[in-house]
Design a binder for this molecule. Structure first.
Ligand code: ACK
Length: 876
């Protein structure tokens, strides 16, 4: 009885302390639309409970502002086999495709209730049922679909009640792909002491937004958590499309990747994402101009929305002058004269204006053939008071006007002056030539011209052949081998982009999903449909807004690099979007993402031959790059992409990345950033990056592949890695790694770079191994070696270092933090560690499964090494 009284007290008082902050429905974010909020219901909720008595009960309580809140509670913790259902009324789905259910509840801690072991529960179940109308009679039939079992993060005890500390839990669950007109929710209690304080059901939308002067309507998010809904924007009032505006609505109700834009019409300017009319006294003449401008000197606009300004009385501007030109008072060149008239030329000279309105900066001569339309005139500018007019037609009358320009602008043109070109013929062979002679002369000229052209062509060809050979010699390359061109050697890097990357029209691209965040912006997947080609899946790297011109070039430099390559193991560039925003790089889509993640996800799932196939592909891509004299500098599994056929392609050719944004990049003593664990010693110490240093990195990639994405040198610090390599230590063979492959890794890690194999040799070696799979059978476990988390001494420099105490071993495998766990559990010698299991480790308090695995695999290797040493009687 005392217990029941306690529980009832608990429920009754459950709400007294928890109401703060609950009285009013919370302020809804702009991207949520409520379908049900139990807190805003006036009167009873009147949901359906089953059983109707003794199960869920509706309880009204008052919050601290004396407003009623409807809650449901149940607390049958002492009786076994509870099955109490509570079903909401029918909730109309509206536009929702994915709904979110936010439940606020309190839950009594079973441990604080004596005598309820076995009957008291600390969870409840959440269900839903879709239906087209509100005609559902059932409350807990099997037609309901379970959403989740909900547990409390916080439960409360009797003491908490005494202290009035009420622990309110908030849990959110979501359900997607709804298709019927509405749905019910149901709460199943199986013996807990719960109070449902509030239930809020909502869906998400991307709220109305204006970007780049295009308005995007409220858009309900897609059913899938990763789906993007493409929305076309419409230009705001008084603006027109420059490039089709589009944006994508993400599942969390955020707008992503704005594309295209609108521009304000003339007479309007952009302000606060709207086109606002230009005020009186201001004008804007072109939609491509900046904002509204003040009328130029001696001009005015009387109305709002002016596209140009009228000149003040007594001031003028010529029709051809731009709208920004000030109006000026008349300043007339008086007299224009000509001299030295020939068939094609004449010289003009004129007087200085009598009253110029300032210092004369230049004169402008306008002229046209008298019989032609005045609009097809020509202009000559000069700072002196005379000029030679050339290229005139013989025997033709011309009209000339002259005007002067001062700091105040141009004055009026002079009155027209008319002159004709001369009738005297050009002095050719005495002035009279028969048509036969003329024909001969023309034919002779053509022959001479042809001869000159042929000779010039031969000389140029020879020269270019010579310079190509010379260039190849300088690069120490065979003639005919294509060489990589560094886009930064172009005076204008935009030229390199134009040369190596095809411009793609955004209308051919459909963005579907965001798949990651790159260094410059989102990376999306989508589709590309080029005219006359079939649609293909693509990856789209975007450049976020707000980047500088230099960052834009850095971003696009990757495209100018990839665009030069054409190989099945190098990521293929489809093209770029540079003419509108956002700037994008489009490449082929690699379904399995980056190699390191892919290997970690598929730990142990591939055969050795499949792994060697992966390595062969990467080596082949690297051979192609080294043949083109391209040094990658950041070869690592994270920079290899994998497609659905397990084909690996070298990627990540960003130019700035190696030094600045490489996630593994660490500053060396000489300043620059380098991914230490993947980089050859000579590249770390004196920046000697060559194809041979890429070979070193390739050896590390081999090790990453064979260990399914293990981190090279585990948790060792970069400094310790540099020191260990310097002392001649090398990574040991990963578990089950064929010895032949580890041998190849060791060769890639030779100190002298000339001693390392070339990529062509690596490809040949891997081909040989693939052809003779028996050579891959011998694994490192068959030979004497240290355990896999211990560095291996390079073959030429002595045997593996021996292992010491448990403490030393833990230090080597980077798990020193467990020293005390081992010593407290009485494991003092390495031998005692060897037969351990996962359970043993868990009992010792080592619960992290990754650490358990590392300890056990290292112990196992240690064991196999010891057995082997005993079998072969190798002295330890
Ligand atoms: O490791 P991931 O899955 O592979 O996540 C990153 C993310 O984008 C940011 O770079 C992925 N990614 C980059 N390029 C491609 C591509 N061509 N195909 C598929 N995923 C790509 C990369």
């Amino acid at each position: 009885m005392a217990l029941m009284a306690g529980i009832i007290y608990a429920l009754a008082s459950l709400f007294l302390g928890i109401c703060a902050g609950l009285s009013a429905p919370r302020n809804l974010p702009a991207n949520e639309v409520t379908l049900l909020d139990s807190r805003s219901v006036q009167g009873d909720l009147a949901w359906v409970a089953s059983p109707t008595e003794g199960g869920w009960e509706e309880v009204s309580i008052m919050d601290e502002k004396n407003s009623p809140i409807r809650t449901y509670q149940v607390c049958n913790v002492m009786e076994p086999n509870q099955n109490n259902w509570l079903r909401t009324h029918w909730i109309r789905r509206g536009a929702a495709q994915r709904i979110y259910i936010e439940i606020k509840f309190t839950l009594r801690d079973c441990n604080s209730l004596p005598g309820v072991i076995g009957t008291c529960k600390e969870t409840f179940n959440l269900y839903y049922l879709e239906s087209d109308s509100d005609n559902e009679r059932y409350t807990h039939e099997s037609r309901f679909t379970k959403i989740d079992t909900v547990a409390a993060d916080e439960s409360f005890t009797q003491v908490d009640i005494g202290d009035r500390i009420m622990k309110l839990n908030t849990e959110i669950r979501d359900v997607g792909v709804l298709s019927r007109a509405g749905f019910y929710l149901a709460f199943q209690d199986v013996g807990a002491c719960i109070a449902l304080v509030s239930v809020h059901v909502f869906y998400k939308k991307c709220p109305l937004a204006v970007r780049n002067l295009a308005q995007f309507p409220d858009t309900v998010t897609g059913a899938d958590m990763s789906s993007l809904v493409e929305v076309r924007g419409s230009c705001v009032n008084q603006s027109e499309e420059q490039e089709v505006p589009k944006m994508y609505c993400g599942a969390d109700g955020e707008w992503l990747v704005p594309i295209g834009n609108c521009l304000c019409n003339p007479g309007y300017e952009e302000r606060n994402e709207q086109c606002q009319v230009c005020k009186v006294g201001f004008y804007r003449s072109l939609s491509s101009d900046g904002g509204c401008r003040k009328c130029p000197l001696h001009s005015y606009s009387m109305k709002e929305g002016a596209t140009s300004c009228d000149c003040d009385k007594g001031y003028y501007r010529s029709e051809t002058d731009p709208a920004a030109m000030p109006c000026t008072p008349p300043s007339t060149v008086m007299m224009v004269q000509s001299k030295d008239i020939t068939r094609h030329t004449l010289s003009l000279f004129w007087d200085k204006p009598e009253k110029p309105n300032g210092v004369i900066l230049e004169y402008e001569v306008k002229y046209y053939e008298k019989d032609q339309n005045e609009r097809s005139y020509r202009i000559v500018k000069t700072t002196s008071r005379s000029t030679d007019i050339t290229d005139l037609t013989p025997l033709t009358s011309y009209v000339f006007h002259v005007r002067a320009r001062t700091a105040a602008g141009y004055g009026e043109f002079s009155a027209p002056f008319e002159f004709s070109t001369n009738t005297v013929a050009a002095p050719v062979v005495g002035g009279v030539v028969s048509s036969a002679v003329l024909l001969l002369l023309v034919a002779g000229c053509v022959v001479v011209l042809l001869l000159i052209l042929i000779i010039t062509f031969i000389i140029t060809k020879r020269r270019s052949k010579y310079s190509k050979t010379k260039q190849a010699e300088e690069k120490n390359l065979q003639p005919g081998v294509r060489i990589y061109v560094d886009p930064y050697t172009y005076e204008d890097p935009n030229q390199a982009i134009r040369e190596f990357a095809k411009e793609i029209n955004t209308s051919c691209i459909k963005i579907e999903k965001v798949i990651g965040i790159g260094e410059f912006g989102e990376v999306c997947s989508g589709r590309l449909k080029l005219p006359g080609k079939r649609e293909i899946c693509v990856a789209i790297k975007t450049l976020k807004a707000g980047f500088t011109e230099q960052q834009r070039l850095d971003f696009l430099s990757e495209a100018s690099v990839i665009g030069q390559f054409d190989h099945p193991n190098i990521i293929h560039l489809e093209g770029v979007v540079t003419k509108c925003k956002p700037v994008m790089i489009i490449t082929e889509y690699m379904e399995n993402g980056s190699l390191d993640m892919f290997l970690r996800k598929n730990d142990g799932r591939f055969t050795v031959i499949q792994l060697v196939g992966i390595l062969r592909g990467i080596a082949s891509g690297m051979k192609y790059l080294s043949d083109m004299s391209y040094v990658h500098r950041d070869l690592a599994a994270r920079n290899i992409l994998v497609n659905s056929n397990l084909v690996c392609k070298v990627s990540d050719f960003g130019m700035s990345r190696v030094l600045e944004d490489e996630p593994e990049g660490a500053y060396t003593t000489r300043g620059g950033k380098i991914p230490i664990r993947w980089t050859a010693p000579e590249a770390i110490t004196y920046r000697k990056f060559t194809s041979a240093s890429d070979v070193w990195s390739y050896g590390i990639v081999m090790w990453e592949v064979m260990s399914y994405g293990e981190r090279p040198y585990w948790d060792m610090s970069n400094q310790d890695v540099i020191k260990a390599i310097e002392e001649g230590y090398r990574l040991p063979p990963p578990m089950e790694c064929p010895l032949a492959l580890h041998q190849l890794m060791l060769e890639c890690w030779m100190r002298e770079r000339a001693d390392r194999p070339k990529f062509s040799q690596i490809v040949n070696m891997l081909d040989k191994l693939i052809r003779n799979p028996a050579t891959l059978k011998r694994t490192a476990g068959d030979a004497s070696r240290p355990h896999p988390s211990t560095l291996h001494h390079a073959p030429s420099e002595g045997s593996a270092p021996s292992l010491g105490s448990v403490d030393d071993w833990l230090k080597i495998i980077g798990l020193e933090q467990y020293r005390e766990n081992f010593s407290t559990a009485g494991f003092c010698s390495l031998e005692s560690v060897l037969p351990m299991s996962h359970e043993d480790l868990a009992k010792m308090g080592i619960s992290c499964s990754a650490h358990q695995r590392k300890i056990l695999s290292s112990a196992q290797e240690l064991l196999s090494g010891m057995h082997h040493r005993q079998d072969t009687k190798v002295p330890v």
